[in-house]
Design a protein around this ligand. Structure first.
Ligand code: SF4
Length: 229
């Protein structure tokens, strides 16, 4: 159960906001974009929040925090509920063996027009957004950015109200992720609970190391049953 809980955590950047008050004085505030409320909240709020897991502090102050996102996978079944023939295979196969390692990512300053071009040229439904340390901070989805005009189903266009917005303004800051080393059943449980068809795989440092799709799992099951797919 501990492993599953770890896959639910979201790692968020803490931003420093300072205000000059006098000659040498400044008021410093620390803020976070909260995935629960979808608002920017002050760190004081997080410190009293039941979802808070950990605040990472550096020499210059708080840097990142980990808290539990909204998506919660169901409790795993009792061990005797597994199909006996599949159990050893399921228990020991990690997402690292199935995932696609080549994941196209963008930085926070990329604008909507560039993202629309990206979605037009690459067959991807979402693109991870990385901060300056190349750690995952969110995902921009194709569906959120583009719309399909009536009668033009094959030519989706940029939502007019999204024009000029940056990836950091457009992204979902609480993407569904699993840690590298997560087992295939755990990742499948997370995808089923979140009702998504793919999930990003991240390292302990929050870097994107791959993406696992439901089709990767389906294809793997078929190949293990000796079908040539
Ligand atoms: S700790 Fe609570 S208030 Fe802070 S970002 Fe996470 S969910 Fe939001």
């Amino acid at each position: 159960m501990k492993d599953l809980r770890e896959t639910e955590e979201t790692c968020l950047s803490i931003h420093r906001v300072s205000t000059g008050l006098g000659e040498n004085e400044e008021e410093v505030r620390w803020t976070v974009k909260c995935p629960d409320s979808h608002h920017v909240v002050e760190l004081d709020t997080c410190e009293g929040c039941p979802h808070l897991e950990h605040i990472q502090r550096g020499a210059a102050g708080p840097e990142r925090l980990q808290c539990h996102p909204q998506v919660r996978p169901p409790a795993p079944p009792p061990s005797d509920a597994y199909e006996p023939l599949l159990s050893p295979l399921l228990e020991h196969t990690r997402v690292d063996e199935l995932m696609t390692q080549d994941v196209y990512c963008v930085d926070e300053e990329v604008i909507a027009e560039e993202l629309a071009e990206l979605f037009a040229t690459r067959k991807v439904s979402g693109v991870p957004v990385l901060d300056e340390d190349e750690r995952l901070v969110g995902v921009v989805s194709r569906a959120d950015l583009l719309r399909t005009a009536d009668g033009e189903e094959d030519t989706p266009r940029l939502h007019p109200e999204r024009a000029g917005a940056t990836a950091s303004e457009l992204m979902n800051a609480s993407p569904v992720v699993v840690r590298e080393g997560t087992t295939v059943p755990q990742a499948a449980a997370v995808m089923a609970a979140a009702r998504v068809h793919r999930v990003l795989v991240v390292s302990a440092e929050g870097k994107v190391v791959g993406v696992l799709s439901a089709m990767d799992v389906v294809r793997w099951v078929a190949r293990k049953a000796c079908y040539a797919v």
